[in-house]
Design a protein around this ligand. Structure first.
Ligand SMILES: NC(=O)c1ccc[n+]([C@@H]2O[C@H](COP(=O)([O-])OP(=O)(O)OC[C@H]3O[C@@H](n4cnc5c(N)ncnc54)[C@H](OP(=O)(O)O)[C@@H]3O)[C@@H](O)[C@H]2O)c1
Length: 281
């Protein structure tokens, strides 16, 4: 219907009038604020959410990639806005949200997807490395929630989606920063989920295993192709699952590992982290 109206108005109204009418129409749409939309999982989820009929705010630092995605979505009949923003910076996130809300109206769904991190190298262990992992995975999500939550609480509705990982089930060798940060994120989201549900706000925690988001990477156990993984995640988002961990073989393995006594866990995982560097005497 929207598209029929737009094609009717095009040709009859000047550009300013078209802009004004489109911005009023956009306000009737649900609005998703998607972080880490310039590549990988976030980019693929953004396409799916735009197809679902949401106006999508595409958030990341590489503006050129966001602009390309926004153009692609617009050409396919969707509505998108690309905003360069570092989500570890609260002021930038607040500014981005203001821009989104003035273009599209209130954000109805936050997809806090940004995360990741370098391997933890025990020989170069530093608190700063752990801090970076928490900033990227936990604090960026908290900053985005801080920005959108007051509006959602006021309206008594909303959906917050966060990107955890099966790596947060138990501490993995070589991933002290990432595993710890994803475990913290899981608990933060679970606390919020219980508390926000009676206030009309749903929380979905996504817990993927390995997803092939980078082409060159060596294949990892039970790794899913990007589109297959984001199709599953999008379904979980649509039905507002409280928690979605996948694929099941890895969920089982991670779940069993969680129950193992430390002594057995240590034996099983021994030698699985990065190999120690040989020191020159
Ligand atoms: N791939 C997997 O196997 C896997 C498995 C489990 C969980 N996950 C989780 O899924 C999420 C996405 O992973 P991915 O594999 O799609 O990673 P990716 O391809 O590296 O994408 C990360 C995205 O985050 C953005 N980003 C990074 N730092 C940012 C910052 N400070 N401010 C704003 N944007 C930032 C990047 O864009 P810019 O560089 O343009 O800012 C990029 O769009 C992460 O939370 C990751 O932990 C991934």
């Amino acid at each position: 219907m929207r598209d029929i109206l737009i094609s009717y108005w095009r040709g009859r109204l000047n550009n300013d009038e078209q802009e004004r009418i489109l911005s009023v129409m956009n306000r009737d749409r649900p609005v998703s604020f998607i972080t880490g939309a310039s590549s990988g999982i976030g980019c693929s989820l953004a396409r799916r959410i735009a197809n679902e009929g949401h106006a999508v705010a595409l958030i990341a630092r590489r503006k050129n990639l966001l602009d390309e995605l926004a153009l692609e979505i617009e050409q396919a009949g969707g509505t998108a806005l690309a905003i360069a923003c570092d989500v570890t910076d609260a002021t930038s996130v607040r500014d981005a949200l203001r821009t989104v809300e003035s273009n599209f109206g209130p954000v109805t769904r936050l997809v806090a997807n940004v995360g990741g991190g370098e391997r933890t190298d025990v020989e170069q262990f530093s608190a700063a490395h752990i801090e970076r992992a928490f900033a990227l995975n936990v604090m960026s999500t908290a900053i985005c929630i801080e920005a959108v939550l007051p509006g959602m609480l006021m309206r008594g509705s909303g959906h917050i989606v966060a990107m955890g990982s099966l790596a947060g089930y138990r501490g993995l060798p070589g991933a002290a920063g990432y595993s710890a940060a994803k475990a913290a994120l899981t608990n933060m989201m679970e606390s919020l989920r219980v508390e926000l549900r009676p206030r009309g706000i749903q929380v979905t925690l996504l817990l993927p295993g390995f997803v092939r988001s980078k082409l060159k990477r060596k294949k990892r156990p039970f790794e899913l192709e990007l589109e297959a993984a984001t199709a599953r995640m999008h379904r979980a988002i649509l039905v507002r699952k409280p928690r979605y961990a996948f694929p099941w073989p890895l969920v089982w393995i991670a779940g069993i590992c969680r129950l193992l006594p430390a002594s057995l866990y240590d034996v099983l995982l021994a030698g699985r982290g990065p190999k120690p560097r040989v020191r020159a005497e």
